[in-house]
Design a protein around this ligand. Structure first.
Ligand code: 8IG
Length: 277
């Protein structure tokens, strides 16, 4: 009797890049689009951008693609969309993010990014909903990620793989975003493991070590994107002020609501940025 592995990336002998190549082949077959140029992971608050950037040519359930897990959260759409941009470029929109806090390991967290690279994408746009430390960032403010602090104590890189992260969040792409919206602020994204939010003391620590945004997703993905040779644009929607900066308790419902209110505005902004790439 043979045992069936639950997930191809759970086999420690599996090569994650081969699994990503298999996923890219699934995407080509299911969408009819051989290669993509740009990939976007749309986090909470950003999903509507998919409707605004171009013409959707295929929308497939992520579960049809090798290595993709079922979405953990309602509100996180588990689909992959192939979009034809007005420029003629092809965008792959990943509406299925696996978070580190789900406990499936970092290989599964970055599988979508590696898959995007395997489809040919050279630009990876990572978006998220996050907490803000600058008190002037009202809920609903979009912020460019200028750099990150990875406080997960983990890495998607395995073995002696030394990858330079000096210009991880591409200054070129940030410049394009600012040419579209000169008022966009920037900040250092700090990834915690979650799923609990920070204590006020942790938020003060982040502030004192140079962080401005707190979240649970993007740093590990950005590292994998850079390893794969992609240029990274990171954007956070500030849905709440971080614990202790805002004096009232954080609630997931409030975070979702702030995201919904801001969604049309920030999605339109992202669509304009994508149009300029
Ligand atoms: I939305 O305040 C959202 N995600 N770590 N802290 C962390 N993640 C978040 C927060 C927050 N808000």
């Amino acid at each position: 009797m043979s045992t069936t592995l639950q997930h191809p990336l759970d086999d420690p002998r599996a090569d994650p890049f081969e699994v990503a190549a298999a996923a890219a082949a699934d995407i080509a077959e299911r969408t009819g689009v051989e290669r993509h140029d740009i990939a976007l992971t749309l986090g909470s608050g950003w999903a509507k951008a998919a409707d605004l950037i171009g013409e959707t040519v295929a929308n497939i359930p992520a579960t049809d693609v090798t290595g993709f897990s079922k979405p953990a959260l309602a509100g996180h759409v588990g689909s992959l969309r192939s979009i034809l941009l007005p420029s003629g470029k092809r965008a792959l929109v990943i509406g299925a993010r696996t978070h580190y806090y789900e406990g499936h390991g970092v290989r599964r967290v970055v599988h979508s990014v590696r898959t995007a690279a395997a489809t040919g994408a050279t630009i990876m746009i990572l978006t998220n909903g996050a907490g803000g430390i600058k008190p002037n960032w009202m809920p609903g403010t979009p912020v460019l990620i200028s750099d990150h602090l990875n406080l997960t104590a983990d890495s998607p890189l395995e073995g002696a793989t030394f990858v330079d992260l000096t210009d991880l969040y591409s200054a070129r792409l940030r410049g394009i975003a600012k040419s579209i919206e000169p008022g966009l602020d920037e900040g250092v994204y700090t990834q915690f493991r979650g799923p609990h939010y920070e204590t006020p003391a942790e938020v003060q620590m982040v502030k004192s070590i140079g962080g401005h945004i707190v979240g649970m997703s993007t740093a590990l993905e950005a590292i994998a994107a850079r390893q794969a040779g992609m240029e990274v644009l990171g954007m956070s929607l500030i849905t709440n002020l971080a614990a202790g900066i805002q004096t009232t308790p954080l609630s997931h419902a409030e975070v979702l609501e702030a995201g919904q209110v801001a969604e049309p505005v920030i999605s339109a902004l992202l669509a304009r940025i994508v149009g300029a790439l």
